[in-house]
Ligand binder design. Structure first.
Ligand code: ADP
Ligand code: ZN
Length: 423
C-alpha cells in the first residue's frame, strides 16, 4: 500500500479509536478529560501527540480487566505476561482481535519465508504467554502445517526436526542455539535437514548472535518483535533482506520518543517505541510506552514492502530482564526475598549464558540472626528461596547465600544486576 494511502487509513482509524475508547473505557475518558483533550480535537495524525500516554503501571492499577473496552461476553481469549510486581499483565481478545493477530502473524511468517507448503515447528510455549498461540494462528491463517510442539523437551524437538521435515522453526534465538548444540552432541547432521528459516524473538539478540545461529543451523534467522499489551508477537518482523523490522503500522501506530521528555526524536535517532493500537477491540491502548529502545530506519526496503522499519531492540528504559524468554523484574525477586524470614533485602542478580541457556543466580545476604557455619541450615534456606521464586516467576534460578554486609552498598540507585551475557 502506498504510504500516503495508508496515512489516510491510519487517520480514519485513529479518529474512530479515540471515540471508541472515550465512550467505552472510563480510564481513558478520565485521562482525556484531565488532559483537556476531546476526540473532536484529533484532526491529523500529528494530533496524536495531544493524547495521554499509557504505561504498564496503568495496566497494573486496573488489574485484571479494568482497561477492557468490551463486556466479558465478547472476550474469547485471555493472555498474560509478567508484570513489574507479582501480578501479571492481563490482556483480552475479542474474535476480531484474534483475526487481526492471525493476520499480522501470517504477514510475519510470510515475510520470513513461509508459504502454505511450509511445515512449521512451533517451539514457543503454548499457554498464558502469547508466543505459542500467536505463531499457531498465523501459520493456520496462511494454510501452512503447524507442529504445536511447544517449548522445552529438547530430545523430542530434535526427533521432530529430523523426522517431520519442518522447513521453519520458531522459538527464542537462544533456544535455537541450544538446540543446535544438542544436535551436534547427538551427531545429528543439521545440514541434511529440510530446515530453511527460523523466526526468532521474545528476547533481545544481536547481529553476532544471528551470525552464530546461521552458522550452526543452515537457515536464515529472522527477527520478530511483539509484546502482549499490543497483541503478542507480530507487531513487527524482518523480511528476508534482514535489514530492520517492518512494523505493521496500519494496525500499530508507532512513535519513537525521547523517554525523558516525551518529544519525538530526530529521524533515525534512538528513543522509546510508543505504540497506539489502531484497530484492537478488547483492550485498545493509546500511546503505550513499550520501554523498548529502537530507531526508525530511513529509506525504502529492497523487498518492496512500504511499512516503516525499526532497528532491532537495543535495550530498555527500565530494569526488566528477559530470562529464557520470560520477563523478570528485580522487584519481583525482591518481593519474594522480603517474605523469607532468613533473607535480607540485599541482593544481586547475576545473569550468565551457559550452553546458550540463560542462568539466573540470586545472590542474597542472610540476616545476622541466621548466619551460621551450619551448611545444612543454609542449604535449606537456599532451597526455600529457589522454590518460592519458581512459584512466583515460573523459572528456575540458582540461589547463593552470602554473609551479612558482603554485598556492596551503593549510595545512589542500587546496582542489582550483573548481566554477563554476550549477546
Ligand atoms: P512476548 O511473549 O512476545 O515476549 P511479552 O509481553 O512477554 O511478550 O514481552 C515483550 C517484551 O519482550 C518486549 O517489550 C521486548 O522487551 C521483548 N522482546 C520481544 N521480542 C523481541 C525481539 N525480537 N528483540 C528484542 N526484544 C524483544
Ligand atoms: Zn523489507
Amino acid at each position: 500500500m502506498d504510504v500516503s494511502v495508508r496515512a489516510s487509513l491510519q487517520l480514519y482509524r485513529l479518529k474512530e479509536l479515540v471515540w471508541y475508547v472515550y465512550d467505552h473505557v472510563p480510564f481513558y475518558k478520565k485521562k482525556f478529560d484531565e488532559k483537556g483533550v476531546h476526540p473532536r480535537d484529533i484532526r491529523s495524525l500529528e494530533d496524536i501527540r495531544l493524547l495521554p500516554m499509557t504505561t504498564k503501571t496503568d495496566l497494573r492499577d486496573n488489574y485484571p480487566y479494568g482497561l477492557f473496552a468490551v463486556p466479558m461476553e465478547k472476550i474469547v481469549r485471555i493472555h498474560a505476561s509478567s508484570g513489574t510486581t507479582g501480578k501479571p499483565t492481563v490482556v483480552g481478545y475479542t474474535a476480531s482481535d484474534i483475526a487481526l493477530w492471525s493476520e499480522v502473524m501470517a504477514r510475519s511468517l510470510v515475510s520470513a519465508g513461509a508459504t502454505k507448503h511450509s511445515i512449521i515447528q512451533n517451539a514457543y510455549g503454548y499457554g498464558l504467554f502469547t508466543g505459542g498461540l500467536g505463531v499457531h494462528y498465523g501459520a493456520e491463517r496462511i494454510g501452512a502445517t503447524v507442529i504445536p510442539i511447544s517449548g522445552g523437551n529438547t530430545a523430542r524437538q530434535l526427533l521432530v526436526l529430523e523426522d517431520f521435515g519442518p522447513d521453519i522453526i520458531t522459538c527464542t534465538p537462544s533456544y535455537s542455539l541450544y538446540l543446535a548444540e544438542e544436535a551436534h552432541k547427538k551427531g545429528l547432521n543439521l545440514h541434511k535437514l529440510n530446515l530453511k528459516y527460523g523466526l526468532f524473538g521474545a528476547e533481545p539478540w544481536s547481529e553476532a548472535m544471528r551470525d552464530e545461529i546461521e552458522r550452526m543451523l543452515p537457515i536464515k534467522a529472522i527477527n520478530i518483535y511483539g509484546l502482549s499489551e499490543i497483541i503478542g508477537p507480530g507487531v513487527a518482523c524482518e523480511c528476508l533482506e534482514q535489514k530492520g523490522l517492518h512494523i505493521y503500522d496500519d494496525h500499530f501506530y508507532p512513535e519513537i520518543l525521547n523517554p525523558a521528555t516525551g518529544e519525538p526524536v530526530a529521524p533515525g535517532e534512538q528513543g522509546e517505541l510508543v505504540i497506539t493500537t489502531l484497530t484492537k477491540e478488547g483492550i485498545p491502548l493509546i500511546r503505550y510506552r513499550t520501554r523498548d529502545l529502537t530507531r526508525f530506519l530511513v529509506g525504502e526496503c529492497a523487498c518492496g514492502r512500504t511499512y516503516p522499519r525499526i532497528d532491532r531492540i537495543m535495550g530498555r528504559t527500565d530494569d526488566m530482564l528477559i530470562i529464557r524468554g520470560v520477563n523478570v523484574f528485580p522487584s519481583q525477586i525482591e518481593e519474594v526475598l522480603v517474605q523469607v524470614e532468613e533473607a535480607s533485602p540485599h541482593y544481586v542478580l547475576i545473569v550468565d549464558r551457559e550452553n546458550n541457556l540463560d542462568v539466573l543466580t540470586v545472590m542474597v545476604e542472610v540476616n545476622d540472626r541466621v548466619f551460621s557455619d551450619e551448611i545444612k541450615g543454609l542449604e535449606t534456606i537456599e532451597q526455600k528461596i529457589r522454590h518460592e521464586i519458581q512459584n512466583v516467576l515460573g523459572i528456575s534460578v540458582m540461589v547463593k547465600l552470602v554473609e551479612p554486609r558482603t554485598i556492596e552498598r551503593s549510595e545512589g540507585k542500587a546496582k542489582r544486576i550483573i548481566d554477563n551475557r554476550k549477546l
